[in-house]
Design a protein around this ligand. Structure first.
Ligand code: UDP
Length: 406
């Protein structure tokens, strides 16, 4: 990564960068560590990869540890994740045992003598049980908590209550039944990362050619981890109806995350459905991990879909909007913070296939509307969801616990 915080001045203005430096100055001698369960795949890793680097670059001593776990452990924690997003789960003693033992084992060789600890998501949540707590601990939950399974929430809540602070992605995810201070920090994208930076048309063409995506037909795409919450099968259904009426193509681009063992199974289901489709020649299913390719597909698409059933935030939505591409998405989780219905895209109930089809057709047929939505989408993301704002939010919270200690 060869970016420097001062490079962001041209995107957000020098006042914002100066503000980051002056807030960072106050906590410069402090040592912070964050713990998450993967450095690759998914939105959390995406953000930490930019933010941690930039914090270190401006003099904050900020470490990042990755929890070590077996496939069994990650199968269980994915079930926790699914249950927090509303699924049923049999919370057996065996599952709890593996969950706790893995965290305990990790604590034995992960020495924490920092001034502040930030733990991301349920996988490393119980770590707090295994340390003599000498500093503030913050729990940052990225999951869609709009309707969690009560048993699983109650079990995990017991750990969260040991923390000093609880951070969620949107107002509706705050909890009344939690006796811990809470705040909202919206996730954000890095405008200068390979995934989001400007690209010349020659590069876009080269990448699309390499992956056999033609420029002769409009592109509709969805880019996400292969996960059941992302609604890929519904995306194919929407595409089939749209394709009956307009000549176009669908690009489904995805990856697996190291901490999500369900990816392979979901990928196979999508592959089968695409293979059976009458329009299979117009469906491109790509399992490729490449940030520039994500950037190219988001830029080249006429419409980006995000048909999630639940969504903590949905960085892919911000990524597409920032590139001036309109988004048709489910109005769930963090998506309505980003897609403003009929302004920079359209929102639908995830089950409303007809609604999705109508919105996609409307955008495919109207270039002027796409441009107008694109401009507004870019502005909205630029004003609200860039990592410079995320850094400011985190610096405020760090100051509160490191300087004011409350
Ligand atoms: N992503 C990627 N390649 C892919 C699919 C997804 O790099 O093929 C990235 C995507 O660009 C985004 C992140 O993975 O930055 C997904 O974050 P999001 O918040 O949308 O969803 P999550 O995976 O965290 O549920």
């Amino acid at each position: 990564m060869d970016r420097n915080l001062k490079d962001y001045r041209k995107v957000v203005g020098k006042e914002v960068i100066n503000e980051i430096h002056s807030k960072a100055e106050k906590i410069k001698k402090k040592h912070i560590v964050c713990i998450s369960s993967t450095y690759q795949g998914g939105g959390v890793a995406e953000m930490l990869n930019s933010v941690i680097f930039l914090f270190n670059q401006i003099g904050i001593d900020f470490g990042w540890r990755i929890l070590h776990g077996t496939p069994d452990f990650f199968a269980i924690t994915k079930r926790f994740h699914n249950a927090l997003q509303g699924e049923k789960m049999n919370l057996s003693r065996r599952k709890k045992k593996i969950y706790l033992e893995t965290n305990e084992r990790f604590s034995k060789f992960t020495h924490i003598n920092h001034d502040l600890v930030v733990v991301h998501d349920p996988q490393p949540l119980p770590l707090i049980e295994f340390y003599k707590k000498k500093q503030p601990w913050i729990f940052r939950c990225h999951v869609d908590l709009s309707n969690p399974n009560p048993d699983v929430w109650n079990y995990l809540r017991g750990f969260i209550e040991k923390y000093d602070h609880f951070v969620v992605s949107k107002k509706e995810f705050k909890r009344d039944d939690l006796d811990v201070p809470q705040s909202i920090i919206h996730p954000a994208i890095d405008p200068l990362s390979p995934k989001n930076k400007r690209l010349p048309p020659s590069v876009i063409n080269k990448y699309l050619d390499k992956h056999e995506i033609t420029r002769d037909k409009p592109i509709i795409s969805q880019i996400s981890r292969f996960d059941k919450w992302k609604g890929f099968l519904g995306v194919i259904k929407i595409f089939e109806t749209v394709r009956k009426k307009r000549d176009c193509q669908l690009v489904l681009l995805g990856t697996f995350a190291h901490d999500d063992p369900e990816g392979q199974k979901i990928f196979r289901k999508i592959e089968m459905k695409a293979e059976k489709s009458k329009y299979k020649r117009d469906i491109k299913l790509l399992l490729v991990e490449n940030d520039i390719l994500v950037n190219c597909v988001q830029r080249a698409s006429s419409v980006v879909l995000q048909k999630s059933k639940r969504e903590g935030f949905g960085l892919t939505v911000a990524e597409a909007l920032y590139k001036g591409t309109p988004v048709v998405a489910s109005g769930v989780g963090g998506i309505p913070l980003q897609v403003i219905d009929s302004v920079n895209g359209y929102l639908h109930n995830p089950k409303d296939i007809k609604g999705f089809v109508k919105s996609v057709l409307r955008l495919l047929d109207d270039e002027k509307l796409r441009k107008e939505f694109g401009m507004k989408g870019k502005e909205h993301i630029k004003n609200n969801f860039l990592i410079t704002r995320l850094m400011l939010d985190w610096l405020d919270l760090f100051e509160r616990y490191l300087i004011h200690r409350s």
